[in-house]
Design a protein around this ligand. Structure first.
Ligand SMILES: [Fe+2]
Ligand SMILES: [Fe+2]
Length: 178
């Protein structure tokens, strides 16, 4: 079944959205690297890799559906943040935006009755729910920690214990993901 042209365009756009997300998280990782929070830097770096994997998943889907891949430029991400909480707040906004994008994509897939695409997008909707929850949980605890350095360092250490990314539920493992 030929992929609907509108859906093809939107899936190509989503490759760009995921790569942009990856770039945003990489910028956050870079910012955290210049702070004492090595754990948050590692968390953001892992998240950047996850987003790249998402882009590649959309890429592979277009290839598998015999559709044309069309890559667009990636915008420069915001490089400076006021605090760990500021970075995670932006992260939540970013994830909510992506959830909306995928929700819209699902709607188009439904309109053109493309059930394979719906299946792919359903996986992404679940993934978004998880990512929003993870970021929201971290934000809640950052709010509790406030300006207290000891509490912030506990959260930082916890963030740093996250697996280095690329792996996870139903995802292809990244190279050297151990
Ligand atoms: Fe993503
Ligand atoms: Fe994400």
């Amino acid at each position: 079944m030929t992929l609907n042209p509108k859906l093809t365009n939107l899936l190509n756009e989503q490759i760009n959205n995921e790569m942009s997300s990856s770039y945003v998280y990489l910028a956050m990782a870079g910012w955290f690297e210049r702070t004492p929070y090595a754990g948050f830097a590692q968390w953001m770096f892992a998240q950047s890799r996850e987003e790249t994997m998402h882009a590649l998943k959309f890429y592979q889907y277009l290839v598998d559906r015999d559709a044309t891949v069309e890559l667009q430029p990636i915008a420069q991400p915001k490089m400076d943040y006021a605090s760990p909480m500021d970075a995670f707040q932006h992260s939540l906004m970013q994830e909510e935006k992506v959830t909306q994008q995928i929700n819209d994509l699902y709607e188009v897939a439904e309109q053109v009755k493309d059930h394979a695409s719906k299946n792919l997008l359903l996986w992404f909707l679940n993934e978004q729910m998880e990512e929003e929850k993870t970021v929201r949980d971290m934000l809640d605890r950052l709010k509790l920690a406030g300006e207290d350095p000891a509490s912030l360092l506990v959260l930082d250490r916890e963030a740093g214990s996250r697996p280095s990314g690329g792996g996870g539920r139903g995802k292809p493992g990244g190279p050297g993901g151990a």
